[in-house]
Design a protein around this ligand. Sequence first.
Ligand SMILES: Nc1ncnc2c1ncn2[C@@H]1O[C@H](COP(=O)(O)OP(=O)(O)O)[C@@H](O)[C@H]1O
Ligand SMILES: [Mg+2]
Length: 252
Amino acid sequence: MALTIAVHSYRGGTGKSTTTSNIAVLLTVMGRRVATIDLDLTSPGLHVIYNVSQQMLRYTLNDYLFGKCDLSDIVLDLTDHLGLPRGKLYFIGASMRPEDIARLMQEGYNETVFRELAESLAKGFDVEYVIFDTHPGLTEDTLMAVLSSDISLVIMRLDRQDITGTYLLSQVLRKFGKVCYVILNMVPPNMAKAPELAEELSRTLGMPVIGVLPFYDEVLAHRSKGVFALYHPRHPYTMRISQLVKTLNSWK
Ligand SMILES: Nc1ncnc2c1ncn2[C@@H]1O[C@H](COP(=O)(O)OP(=O)(O)O)[C@@H](O)[C@H]1O
Ligand SMILES: [Mg+2]
């Protein structure tokens, strides 16, 4: 069975897609077989980080959810495209066509679909990790993805709006018995050094903080032009993600 992870946040722009893509790539560096799925169906973006054009995506997750194609039609193998020396990285993209997005929002979809998707990826593609990059907040589709995943990684900033919102999120997810972990992102560099930061926040939120990622000018300046870790393998950001990946690897 694959370990399914929902990368989630209460507020937008916390770094979900950036974190997802870097975690995925560094898992492949450890020889792992990973699938990442753009579940931010109303504002997809993971394909941009992976430099995947809409032409490369013959079919999208939307087509699959509409029953227009098979799973094998929507799974894109990015291992060579990204020049990964080990492991496997698969990607399932979402449609950028306004009519597809509108239709999905109107019709919705079946809640077992994400679990079935993860199971089929494990069976058909030997995938060990399935990572859903979701839409922020407590919308129905995201909640479905979170609930059908084994664990949820909640990405947040140190902003008080994020802290209040993430607390609410944790209370809701607790009602469903979900296992959630927090990754603090874009932490002001002078605060990221404080050893007690993760511990204090874990206590406030009632969820363990498993990673602290400072704000780096270089990550922002990279502007989603590819997966950062592949361009800057020795950057402290990459090192921090590597640390996180070791934790995830130990859970599998
Ligand atoms: N640790 C970081 N330091 C600096 N910029 C970051 C960091 N993490 C993410 N970013 C930037 O923040 C922006 C939003 O990130 P993104 O991953 O698209 O967020 P989300 O998927 O949650 O909407 C991007 O421009 C990204 O490069
Ligand atoms: Mg995103």
